[in-house]
Design a protein around this ligand. Structure first.
Ligand code: NCD
Length: 314
């Protein structure tokens, strides 16, 4: 088994060679996705249920497209209209769905750890589509694929992750993944948005953009996660943009061929200049979205292979 996991709950559990296996398979799906006929059969006969307890555009759409391209029967639970509104617990909802024999459950939830808990209660493969401020593994994997294709490698790069690190599961999964692949990591942001004890992760911390961006290969911007803030973390959006928003001027500190990334959704004029975000010579933001579909196809393909093996052995 090249990818010996029942679930994809986080980057933390993955080994570097397993990350490479998944990205190699995703590269093949990028090729498929550019053909007129985008169908493959890795998930034929399987049922995929998407449960999103938090808003999502890119992640939910790409998991749905990924499942459909691989032949799964895909159902999107409308969580706003579900019995969750009537007070049903997450576990009861999961057990109800489990009784319908899904094979793949894709879950996004506002509470860190909720997806891990759910995975212990069901018989199918669970994919974490973002849990609180904990992990967002497919985002880190699609970011890794984007970097690998743009830079030709995924090691010994200098990567800056900028902005609201403290509330970001994207940052956490990326720090874990890029660290495992032996890259140099710099975190840039106001001290109020840096998680406590972050230095233990072997990263360098800056609160000045120009200084932090010096000679980096990759600049990854993050959204201000206001929905996870319960007080005054920043003076004002204007002041924040002035100090931490990425624009042409600040980007000059990075290497001349540095790429600009953002997981979306973007707040133009808050964390990034809109013109820079749209500049296809610097920004790979649309590539990230494209890689998202391929990475999710690869992740579900690998988990489905394991499902079939374990069921065959049972
Ligand atoms: C991110 C998320 O939901 O964690 N979005 C995404 O999945 N592309 C980042 C964010 O919400 O800012």
């Amino acid at each position: 088994m090249t990818f010996p996991h029942r679930h994809l709950l986080g980057i933390e559990a993955l080994r570097p060679d397993e990350i490479t296996t998944l990205l190699d398979l995703a590269d093949q799906y990028v090729t498929l996705n550019r053909l007129p006929d985008k169908h493959a059969d890795a998930l034929v006969g399987l049922t995929q249920i998407n449960m999103f307890f938090e808003n999502s555009t890119r992640t939910q759409a790409s998991f749905e497209i990924a499942g459909k391209r691989l032949g799964a029967d895909v159902m999107n639970m409308a969580m706003q209209a579900s019995s969750v509104k009537k007070g049903e617990t997450l576990i009861d909802t999961a057990l109800t769905l489990n009784a319908m024999h899904p094979d793949l459950l894709v879950v996004r939830h506002p509470h860190s750890g909720a997806v891990d808990l759910l995975a212990q209660k069901v018989n199918c493969a669970v994919l974490n589509a973002g849990d609180g401020r904990h992990e967002h593994p497919t985002q880190a994997l699609l970011d890794a694929l984007t970097i690998r294709r743009a830079k030709g490698r995924l090691h010994r790069l200098s990567v800056a992750i900028c902005g609201d690190i403290a509330h970001s599961r994207v940052a956490r999964s990326n720090i874990l993944l890029l660290g495992k692949m032996e890259n140099r990591l710099r975190l840039i942001g106001p001290p109020t948005l840096m998680p406590a004890g972050i230095a233990e992760f072997g990263v360098e911390v800056f609160d000045d953009m120009q200084e932090g961006l010096k000679d980096v290969d990759v600049v990854m911007m993050l959204r201000l996660q206001k929905e996870r803030m319960d007080g005054g973390f920043i003076p004002s959006e204007r002041e924040y943009y002035h100090r931490y928003g990425l624009d042409e001027d600040k980007l000059r500190s990075a290497k001349p061929d540095a790429i600009v990334m953002h997981p979306g959704p973007m707040n133009r004029g808050v964390e990034i200049d809109g013109t820079l975000a749209d500049d296809i010579n610097r920004s790979v933001i649309q590539d990230q979205v494209e890689m998202g579909v391929a990475v999710r196809m690869a992740a579900m393909d690998l988990l489905a292979q394991n499902l079939r093996l374990t069921r065959g052995a049972a």
